[in-house]
Design a protein around this ligand. Sequence first.
Ligand code: NAP
Ligand code: HSE
Length: 429
Amino acid sequence: MQKNVIKIGFLGLGTVGGGALQILRQNGEEISRKVGAEIEVKRIAVRDLKKARALEVDAALLTDQVEHVVSDPEIDIVVEVMGGVEQARFAIEQALENGKFVVTANKDLMAQYGQQLLAVAKKQKKNIFYEASVGGGIPLIRPLKHCLAANRIKKIMGIINGTTNYILTQMSKEGKEYETALAEAQAKGFAEADPSNDVDGWDAAYKLNILAGLSFSGIIAMNDIYVEGVSKVKLRDILYAQELGYAVKLLAIGEESEAGLKLRVHPTLIPQNHPLAAVENEFNAIFVEGDAVGEVMFYGRGAGSLPTGSAICADIMDAARAIKNEIQNCVIEANFAAKKVVPMEEQVSRFYLRLKAKNEPGVFAKLATAFGNERVSLDMIIQKRSDEQTAEIVLVTNDVSEGSFNQAMDKIREMPSIQSINSVLRVVE
Ligand code: NAP
Ligand code: HSE
């Protein structure tokens, strides 16, 4: 008999859980009509029962025991929005083994243990829905799994971390200090519980892992991805980049070439007229290039309570429809295989370099020779006097492999006229 009420349990009622619950309340009738069944919140696990909540919640719904949600026989769908890896992994495994569908926003978990958890879901003839794990409210997982499924995806590239994009925007547009902008991103609910995940590039790398897996039908290991965060980006670099016609963004890039997959996350100079340069604050944008469809761009709010809650609710609705209509769920990720990965040393980029050198004749020539010996040609160069003895030099190379660039840099570091290497960033045209 078809169910007319689908019962759900939440693990977590913070930024994302609170947003999802608010949407379920606000748009409950519309959601029920679209699903063909009522969605009832049966239980909510939180860490601290005494904590004041932005939303009014019946105390009887709350528990501080995850077990009360994952083992409740009446609950059909478990919504994991508490974050962390080990406890969330155990809870999701339990929920699946107890015959429940799972919805999660947890990219750390899906990037590292998604394959294992999806195998459990497949065995249980259930599924895990994880639209909210990448790009907040932007539809990305479903388009890659379904709408673009007939394409061979060649490349994905975009801004997939709201916190760092917020920080870089506030530094470049408002001249704010890095620490002030980070504190604001935390206060707005964009940042992870441990914000080093955002600023060190790991959050974007987890998301790239998920997107690349779906795009290239591959099983991706986290050490297949080169990761560099934004904490080294100084306001000075942003200003030089602007002078050279670029914006600085934390980009996640995944490509499939004949040599293998190229996967990287790093701060990047992109031309000011590139569409990604106009993506500001917590907004995310992702280009996907398919062989049949060409380029598709996805844009929207990549973090925050209601945008991410919107993706969670859509997943709850999908799971509820599967339950209501007794649909055997298909875990497409079960067909993915490991792929060859191109080492970072062999990947090709342009580079931006900022350094301090003694203000003496011949420095430019020595730099050009060091690069020339590694067949690196220079595209742009700026020199400004810091004081009587010191000059600040900023240059941009043409395309060069990481390996050759690093060799040239080793030579440059040894030069007596070079006082300090202050910044090395990649450039994408
Ligand atoms: P959050 O605001 O810190 O909320 C976490 C919630 O989980 C809180 O309600 C907390 O309880 C509860 N919780 C934590 N550990 C628990 C435990 N051991 N047992 C029971 N409850 C526990 O975090 P969030 O920003 O909503 O993020 C949640 C997840 O969504 C993370 O995986 C995050 O990466 C992901 N995500 C976040 C965003 C975003 O914009 N924030 C966007 C996309 C995805 P208390 O309330 O009692 O402390
Ligand atoms: N901390 C993440 C971000 C939340 O800033 O993008 C959304 O996944």
